[in-house]
Write a protein that binds this ligand. Structure first.
Ligand SMILES: *Cc1c(COP(=O)(O)O)cnc(C)c1O
Length: 462
């Protein structure tokens, strides 16, 4: 399988090269040149299989040129061994025909573990074979950084540096980044906000001396390997609810559009998904766009579902690529307009987008009310992101098609909002109940590119 850029002007790469590269050289995002389709029989055969086996069968056509079959099986086994639930992604019923897909049983209690744990093992095997080391640098508002540190800790082909805004992540998120003792992972508390952290990372990638000197690599959500890992749980959920003999819909709490785009790929692979519903909080650029108002940046308003507080959804570029009939030039033009503030979507592309995606927006009050009512009616304590999904799902779902809402984080990761809404303090799962006692290791650092680069150079292993 070859991988091509959404902007049509970057070299075609193998899966392994696209994974190690991240962002394409023309600024675009990598996609498979063709989306493989599974037959109805192949999909039916997935029902009831262990999660790891479904993962292998769904992802194999994408990676087969880069990894051997047994090697890939072993990678998948290592990726999910640390999950706290044998089903990995269990389904829970909320009410008639509405289900929660629990994606928070990984080591950092958010769905990002599904992709990050896999990508950590894929990087390690690929780099070992090449005899290379890389330095991964990322900025985080919380969930991505902890998932990356947990995924790469102890892997000897990689050093990881995560920049987070000092004093502006939750205590659980901070401790998940600062308590792993492995010498190859480094948490940096930057005296600035999340945008400063992101800008510093971007500047490091544009500083070619530094970039080449430390062999910088990225694992943010535009990496296609991350999207691919997330395709798997759409198959596991839908087949356990009767697909391919029955249609299933999904509602996805959405920020960067990575998770829901994985659902789109699953549908194109032949999974009978009826509707894919984008659920946003008050930062609703996607909902406005899908409602026909164009794609225009606003100001990010902090919310109680912070992992969805975005101005621009990077992975939406991939959906636009298909909506514009795989026309890289048209996508490049839109992305230029986005730099000036935004763009209108053509009528044909809008129809294509609406055929694939529905959407809804949820206020802060509605989010709190949904946490409360879900506990009262279904005895489930849910995180604020999941509550956004549940509300949109209830507002939009059809009575006769099962709806699956993705539960993207464990409530204990966002205890303040959950307690405010429900009066119940969500406890951490027992396997990490000593998180508050573990010693922390963190470097506080000025919001200064030179200081950050210097620190990284001095702390990578030889
Ligand atoms: C990252 C994240 C999201 C948003 O997912 P995208 O793939 O960026 O759309 C939603 N909920 C939680 C808890 C997250 O960590």
């Amino acid at each position: 399988m070859k991988y091509i850029s959404t902007r049509g002007r970057a070299p075609e790469l193998s899966f392994e090269e696209a994974m190690l590269t991240g962002l394409a050289r023309d600024g675009g995002l990598y996609l498979p040149a063709e989306i493989p389709v599974l037959s109805q029989d192949e999909i039916a055969a997935l029902a009831g299989l262990p999660y790891e086996e479904i993962a292998f069968r769904v992802m194999w056509p994408y990676v087969s040129g880069s990894f051997a079959g047994d090697e890939f099986k072993a990678i998948i086994a290592r990726a999910y061994a640390g999950f706290g639930h044998d089903a990995r992604a269990p389904l829970k019923q909320l009410n008639e025909n509405h289900f929660l897909l629990e994606l928070f049983h990984g080591p950092t209690l958010a769905f990002k573990d599904f992709a990050m744990q896999l990508i950590g093992q894929l990087f390690q095997v690929a780099l070992k074979r090449r005899g290379e080391r890389v330095t991964i640098v990322g900025a985080t508002s919380g969930d991505t950084g902890s998932a990356a540190i947990e995924a790469f800790r102890g892997l000897d082909a990689v050093d990881v540096f995560i920049l987070f805004p000092h004093g502006r992540v939750s205590e659980v998120q901070r401790r998940q980044m600062t308590t792993p003792a492995d010498s190859n992972v480094h948490a940096l508390a930057v005296d600035g906000d999340f945008d400063d952290c992101q800008a510093a990372v971007k500047d490091m990638f544009n500083d070619f001396d530094f970039r080449d000197g430390v062999k910088l690599a990225g694992v943010n959500s535009i990496n296609f390997a991350r999207v691919l890992a997330q395709v798997v749980y759409y198959f596991s959920a839908a087949t356990s609810l009767g697909a391919p003999h029955r249609k299933v819909s999904f509602t996805v709490p959405t920020g960067n559009f990575g998770d829901i785009f994985a659902g789109y790929i699953a549908k194109r692979m032949g999974l009978p998904i009826d509707r894919l519903v984008v659920a946003t909080n008050q930062n609703d650029i996607l909902h406005r766009c899908l409602s026909g108002q164009g794609y225009f940046k606003g100001d990010t308003i902090p919310s109680i579902s912070p992992s969805m507080d975005i101005q621009v959804s990077s992975n939406f570029e991939r959906a636009l690529y298909y909506a514009y009939g795989e026309d890289g030039r048209a996508v490049a033009q839109l992305m230029d307009e986005l730099k000036q503030g935004g763009f209108h979507v053509s009528q044909g592309a809008m129809e294509a987008l609406r055929e694939s995606f529905a959407s809804g927006r949820v206020s802060e009050e509605e989010t709190l009310a949904t946490i409360k009512s879900t506990l009262e009616h279904s005895a489930e304590l849910v995180c604020p992101h999941t509550a956004v999904g549940i509300k949109v799902a209830e507002d939009t779902r059809a009575a006769d098609v099962p709806m699956v809402t993705l539960a993207t984080a464990h409530p204990a990761k966002f205890p303040a909002a959950v307690e405010q809404a429900s009066g119940v303090h969500p406890p951490l799962p027992s396997r990490m109940s000593d998180l508050y006692e573990r010693p922390e290791r963190v470097t506080r650092i000025a919001n200064d590119l030179g200081a950050i680069e210097d620190h990284i150079k001095r702390h990578i292993a030889e």
